[in-house]
Design a protein. Structure first.
Lengths: 343, 402
């Protein structure tokens, strides 16, 4: 069967009229428009061609003469090395020592990943961002770890020295801190736990976040109490969810990690006010983990040993507190009318 | 401005003046952003007779429009008029092929191809194929007949054709400005689209565009154009009649026509006299108003009579319920609507563009150019050509105009 539309006469449409027009039949404005369009086309084609040519030349140069490209980029050595730190403990001298950039090195020669690894090798640095600012500036922005406690540990045999402990449990040397500010930090007693080695340093200590919360709350809300903290022990943290603190006035203060630290500090403050212990007559034990009523034992006539010797937790565990003449007090005392709610 | 935005020019090369509009088409909306006009030269009765003169006028109108828009036109929709344009009706029918008698796209394509396949005399070209509604088994289908059930599918086309060389002259005038003619639209369709509403087109309406050199008309039925035509008579003939009848120069006659011309003789005109200039200058003289009005009214009446005769049996008061709508520069003649109403025997009124059109473009003289933009865009969409998307992009812009 044939298609009925085959061999149909086709009427020509106005669209069949060719729209090409010769330049001589154009008006002056038409010629101007045409020239403008032509110039635009030539310019655009030239620009596109130049871009393509430039790209081809660049690829060729990179493939055939990579040294020349590198030399061209190596022309300016690093002049400025800038350190931006959030804490300000680390200084430019430390950065120079750590990076140990060769003299006359250019930005193009620097391997930022390697330099970053060098910086992060120091556990005091939490994050490091290195930025090349051409032609000759290298900026290193670091975020440092904040120390919350001190610890004596032996990294190499026969080399017992002090480390600082951060909230995330990382141990670091504490470069740039003065002795006075470090002296306010409590010592850390790991109890039965052992430090484990990782690479050139130690693995993070677990459970430090909760200790950090306690110390931060104490420092912020009860600085007079925080100033008496000498040793913070993790001995009962894993087993009983308790943190044991030795202060200059109390041999053993037990905080529960399940209760609000602020409330417990308030109770401790009340006990301290009530019994007014001293270095010479310290309280033997204050247990804040037993709900609303702290248990107070003491006083103990035997004074505490000096803090720095007792705090050599790992190397030399602290001696057990003296128990002589100890007695258990109900607190608050029954003769007092004050309600424990006041705490 | 997005990359889909196009600046479309609408150009009407008329006998009295040349109008150019610039429309900013964003793909969804059309905004008129510039216009320019120029006194026409080298054009007689809608046909270019002096290429250079017509080109200069058209290009200066386009330049003015581009300047007022602040943008360059990308392509042009061009109005087409002239007595060389003619039309005829051709229809075809096919038997629906599928076994379940459901009309398919193939049936529609076949019947449309058959209806538009008509050999034209040498030197003539199709300007428009205006489709009338489909019929399925004699039932009129206003939309697409696809999926309707029937045995016989019929369609008719009003085919408008014109002389190739005259169409080419008009196109080359635009090409001389280094612009592409994207659409060629009959003036009557453009102006009719602008002054009629879809409801009026559905009820049947006759739109008459009275220009200076030509009178274009289109009869709408069933929502679409049914028949079109062009008369080589317009407002310039009224001026010419006055010049001959009152022994005046063309300029004087034009002045009198604009000031005192009427499409119907007013009852109080007898015995009244009007001054030529009215400033008591040397050569200023008086003319009987009655005589002046008789001349303009007779010619106007005659124009409408010729239109009515050309429409023949296609026009009847029953099939043209919405009446007659008048537009174009000559439609500003006083009492012309009453004259049309008397001749056609149906209500007549002056056409007005939609309210969205700004005040300075509401003059009837701009109707065709405005309609060009709207009708041109609509027909572009109908042909599934999306002007905003088709050639958008860097390379199109780069090579545009070369």
């Amino acid at each position: 069967m044939t298609d009925p539309t085959e061999n149909l006469p086709i009427a020509r449409s106005w669209r069949d009229i060719p729209q090409e027009v010769k330049s001589r039949s154009m008006s002056r404005s038409g010629r101007r428009r045409h020239a403008l369009a032509l110039a635009k086309m030539i310019g655009g084609t030239g620009l596109a061609g130049a871009l393509v040519w430039g790209a081809v030349e660049l690829v060729t140069a990179i493939e055939l003469h990579p040294k020349e490209i590198a030399q061209a980029a190596q022309s300016v050595p690093v002049k400025t090395l800038e350190l931006v730190s959030d804490q300000g403990a680390l200084d430019r001298a430390w950065l120079d020592r750590t990076l140990a950039l060769p003299k006359g090195v250019t930005l193009m020669e620097l391997d930022l990943a390697k330099l970053q690894a060098k910086i992060l090798a120091n556990s005091q640095v939490r994050t490091a961002v290195l930025t090349k600012s051409f032609p000759d500036k290298l900026t290193v922005a670091v975020v440092e770890r904040t120390p919350i406690a001190r610890l004596k540990a032996q990294l190499h045999p026969g080399e017992l020295r002090d480390f600082l402990v951060a909230r995330d449990g990382m141990l670091f040397d504490g470069i740039g801190y003065d002795d006075a500010s470090l002296g306010t930090l409590p010592w850390l007693d790991l109890g039965d736990a052992k430090l484990t080695r990782r690479g050139e340093g130690f693995a993070p200590i677990e459970g430090m976040a909760v200790v950090a919360d306690l110390l931060a709350t104490a420092k912020a809300e009860a600085e007079h109490l925080y100033g008496t903290f000498r040793v913070v022990s993790l001995a009962r943290l894993a087993s009983d969810d308790e943190i044991e603190v030795r202060t200059t006035e109390m041999t053993q203060v037990i905080f529960s990690t399940r209760d609000d630290f602020f409330r417990q500090l308030a109770k401790l403050d009340r006990v301290r006010d009530e019994f007014q212990p001293t270095r010479e007559m310290p309280l033997a034990k204050v247990d804040l983990s037993l709900g609303q009523f702290p248990v107070v034992a003491g006083p103990v006539p035997v004074p505490l040993p000096p803090a720095n010797t007792a705090a050599a937790a790992h190397a030399a565990p602290a001696p057990a507190p003296a128990r002589a003449n100890s007695a258990i007090f109900a607190f608050p005392p029954l003769q007092r009318k004050s309600s424990p709610r006041e705490l | 401005m997005s990359s889909r935005t196009r600046f479309i020019g609408a150009v009407e090369i008329g006998t009295g003046k040349i109008t150019a509009l610039v429309g900013e088409f964003t793909g969804r909306e059309l905004a008129i952003i510039g216009y320019g006009e120029c006194q026409s030269r080298g054009v007689i009765k809608g046909t270019v007779v002096d290429y250079k003169a017509a080109s200069e006028c058209t290009h200066s109108a386009l330049e003015a429009a581009e300047q007022s828009a602040g943008e360059h036109v990308d392509y042009v929709f061009l109005a087409q008029t002239g007595s060389h344009l003619d039309g005829f009706y051709n229809e075809a029918a096919v038997n629906v092929k599928s076994a379940d008698n459901m009309v398919s796209l193939l049936d529609i394509d076949t019947v449309c191809s058959l209806a538009t396949a008509k050999e034209l005399p040498p030197g003539r070209m199709v300007v428009h194929n205006i489709r009338r509604p489909f019929c399925v088994d004699g039932r009129v289908v206003p939309g697409s007949p696809e999926y309707l059930v029937g045995q016989r599918l019929e369609v008719g086309y009003w085919i408008v054709h014109g002389l190739e060389n005259k169409l080419a002259d008009n196109i080359h005038v635009i090409r001389g400005f280094n612009l592409e003619v994207r659409e060629l639209v009959l003036s009557s369709l453009a102006s009719g689209h602008m002054v009629t509403t879809p409801e009026e087109r559905q009820n049947g309406i006759l739109a008459i565009d009275l220009g200076a050199g030509t009178t274009d008309f289109v009869l709408y039925r069933d929502g679409g154009p049914y028949l079109t035509g062009v008369l080589p008579v317009g407002g310039a003939h009224l001026t010419n009649d006055l010049a001959l009848g009152l022994r005046l120069t063309e300029g004087q006659a034009e002045k009198l026509k604009l000031r005192h011309g009427r499409a119907l003789v007013s009852p109080g005109a007898k015995g009244e006299k009007v001054w030529l200039d009215g400033n008591f200058s040397i050569g200023d003289r008086q003319f009987p108003r009655h005589m002046l009005e008789q001349i303009t009214a007779a010619r106007t009446w005659e124009i409408f009579e010729v239109v009515k005769k050309k429409l023949g049996s296609a026009f009847s008061p029953e099939t043209c319920a919405a009446g007659v709508v008048l537009t174009g520069g000559t439609a500003k003649l006083p009492a012309i609507a009453e004259c049309a109403a008397k001749v056609f025997g149906v209500p007549a009124h002056l056409g007005e563009p939609p309210p969205s059109v700004s005040e300075n473009l509401r003059d009837p003289a701009f109707t065709t150019a405005l309609g060009l933009l709207y009708y041109g865009l609509a027909s572009s969409t109908d042909r599934n050509v999306q002007p905003a998307r088709k050639k958008a992009g860097f390379f199109h812009k780069l090579f545009a105009g070369v």
